[in-house]
Design a protein around this ligand. Structure first.
Ligand SMILES: [Zn+2]
Length: 466
């Protein structure tokens, strides 16, 4: 048995591990690299012959776990892609959106390179196209939490709820090889306890080998209760001043979480009845998938559905799909809450809403997610005197606010809590999916506190597992 760390080793994105066990080659996730210095790696040919891989297990629909699947299929992968039913419903939306962005990027680069009379390091073609996505989706094989799937005589896998986003899973694998039985756990992305919408993360009492994420291995989050209060404060400030609340949001999970909190605030009378727009066809489609899979959500959310108070349909909420409806938002008088993508303001309809509100002292621009370097979101957060949006300069006069507590990842305390469930030391713990220093610090602390064998593998590292 051996395990190879292809991505999310020494970095957060590009999740991909190859397990060879009981005569099978199993790929866990096939994520895109998103850190700027790693973007080139998305173009590299897959390091293992894709046709030689027997099965792919997908933990969840986020692009950093799924975003290279269409490319893998184009390069020859023909096996099944096993995922929960909810992940299987989210995946077409997420991958089609990614394909569209890749096509736009390629067209933009072509134009720019022609203007500058040079060529880039990659051909000016999209990383993958909607056709590649169409060829990928039929490979999906649905599963449910808790069902043991036999992959070969000595190998089986069970998906467990990761509590990270809708459909997210941790993987529990049983391997029988040369008379020895071993249990492996892949954490996927570990969610948070007591978070709205999703259930608490699953925990494991025994495992021989554990591969765990460590995105927030060096930090604690703000209390989730405060998030709702901070959201109410931002809305009330805009109501008082007579401006809008503009919220750049990711389409998967964050948008639905915002709706959950806003629905509670409206129904509890903590904020006045006002128009709340979710101006993103993708987020609207994803919200439909959430409603279809309400049974996979946590008890509180299911109760809201049962009692006829669904979090994704409350007085004033409008899900916007067409451009005409989007433009009509401009004509609304009084305060409205406008959520739109992209989450880091790098594209999408949010740019139009920012252009209309960033110079209005009465409006609030509210950030609810991480803003990477070199994005419009990060620029606005730094409160410059002026900002360029859609080719025009705008003075920054709106109130700029940020709520930190919205992460879908366990923080340091949560990661430790997840490990605490293990009743004995694994034969080895692999700490992945974190910035290099963060993973190293987390791993060192676990090794020191528990005396466990802990490793932070680098990209391409391979470990024999006995
Ligand atoms: Zn994720």
């Amino acid at each position: 048995m051996r395990l190879r760390f292809i991505g999310a080793a020494g970095q957060v994105t590009g999740s991909c591990y190859l397990l060879e066990a009981a005569g099978r080659k199993v790929l866990v996730d096939c994520g895109a690299f998103q850190e700027r210095p790693s973007l080139d790696r998305n173009w590299d040919p897959f390091p293992v012959d894709p046709a030689s891989i027997d099965v792919l297990l997908l933990t969840h629909a986020h692009v950093d776990h799924s975003g290279l699947l269409p490319k893998l299929v184009r390069e020859g992968y023909r096996g099944h892609i096993v995922a929960t039913t909810a992940t299987g419903d989210l995946l077409p939306i997420v991958l089609m959106d990614a394909a569209r962005i890749h096509e736009e990027d390629a067209a933009f680069k072509k134009k720019r390179h022609r203007k500058e009379g040079r060529r880039g390091p990659h051909p000016e073609i999209p990383l993958f196209t909607p056709d590649d996505v169409e060829r990928t989706l039929p490979l999906l094989e649905d599963t449910v939490y808790g069902r043991e799937i036999r992959l070969s005589d000595g190998l089986s896998v069970t998906f467990r709820d990761a509590g990270h986003i809708l459909g997210s899973a941790m993987l529990e694998l049983s391997v029988r090889e040369n008379g020895a039985a071993r249990r492996l756990v892949f954490s996927g992305d570990i969610g948070r306890w007591n978070k709205p919408l999703v259930r608490d993360p699953s925990v494991f009492r025994q495992a021989d080998y554990v591969v765990m994420e460590s995105t927030y291995g060096d930090r604690e989050h703000e209390d989730a209760k405060d998030v709702e209060t901070l959201l109410a404060e931002a809305v009330l400030a805009a109501v008082e001043a007579g401006g809008n609340v503009v919220i750049p949001t990711f389409a998967v999970e964050r948008a639905q979480e915002l709706m959950f909190h806003l629905s509670r605030l409206v129904r509890a009378g903590r904020i006045p009845h006002l128009l709340v727009f979710l101006d993103s066809p993708m987020a609207a489609d994803i919200t439909d998938v959430f409603a279809d899979h309400a049974a996979d959500l946590d008890e509180e959310t299911r109760r809201l559905f049962r009692e006829g108070r669904p979090p994704f349909a409350f007085p004033g909420l409008k899900l916007i799909r067409t451009i005409e409806e989007s433009k009509a938002i401009n004509a609304v008088r009084g305060t409205s809450v406008i959520m739109a993508g992209s989450g880091m303001c790098t594209g999408g309809r949010i740019k139009h809403h920012l252009a209309r509100n960033v110079s209005r002292p009465e409006s609030v621009i509210l950030f609810v997610g991480y803003q990477a370097r070199d994005t419009l979101g990060r620029t606005i957060l730094s409160r410059p005197p002026e900002v360029r949006i859609l080719g025009q300069s705008w003075p920054v006069r709106a109130r700029i606010a940020k709520i930190e507590g919205f992460s879908a990842h366990a923080d340091r305390r949560g990661l430790i809590r997840w490990l605490d469930a293990l009743e004995s030391s694994p034969r080895r713990l692999f700490v992945t999916h974190g910035d290099r220093e963060v993973s190293a610090t987390f791993a060192a602390n676990v090794a020191k506190d528990r005396g466990w064998p802990v490793t932070t593998p680098g990209p391409g590292d391979e470990w024999p597992l006995d």
